[in-house]
Write a protein that binds this ligand. Sequence first.
Ligand SMILES: [Zn+2]
Length: 271
Amino acid sequence: MKTKWIGLMSVFCLLLGQWSWSEEAPPIEQWKDKTVLVFTPHPDDETLQCAGILSMLTSNGNKVIVGIYTNDDKGSLDLEMTSERLARIRRVEEEAACAELGIPKENLVWFGYGDGNLEYADPQRLRGEAARLIKKYRPDAIFTVDPGSDYERWHKTDHRMAAFITKDAFIAAEWHLYYPQQLLDEGLKPYRIPMAYYYYTDKPNCIVDITKIIDKKVKAVAKHVSQFPPSVDKYTPEMSPEAYNQIKVDVEKEAKDGERFVERFRREVAP
Ligand SMILES: [Zn+2]
């Protein structure tokens, strides 16, 4: 009887376009007509870690929004490069990488913080900006950097801050008195996030098979031309066949899991 009732409830929830977050929820590879919000410290982390699943989600008719904390304006060894020019280059590259994954540039939200400076931004303001995005798009799931135990000690400053501030924004989005003006002035109602997928994790509990789309992931990563030699040393918009092949080797090595290619996440379901 109980099983039957749960089954009926699941059908009801699916008819409403939602589901109860239990074992009844379909795996993310089967999602349709859902909204996923991705937070990334730099314009490339989400490509490196989530390109396969994001491509799968857009192919299945889901909406993907990407919130990008920094403009990545420091990562060049080219002594002729300026921060302003690099930020422009990185933006075009991110738009191209996302387009490869079926995410239009209108779905990219640039927070505009300087590379390496996220930890020195006003955290109250930053958390409010992240909460605003959550309340605006009301996603079925969020992808963000894992704020797990070892991570904050060892990882790069922007990654640490992105991990913590996004997690803190979950709570701020849920309770309207955190940023009351967002409701009063902008009509943004509070929202509770049902599910999170953490990337850059050392405790994965969700493995997504991306074998069929590994080539698409390689292509998307390769759009970040200025991040790789020789362009990172002396900027050129061209990617040589040798550089492309090296990216392919590195992406496949990272994704290799026996006979298949995968992406790894720590999945957390709201209680
Ligand atoms: Zn990064």
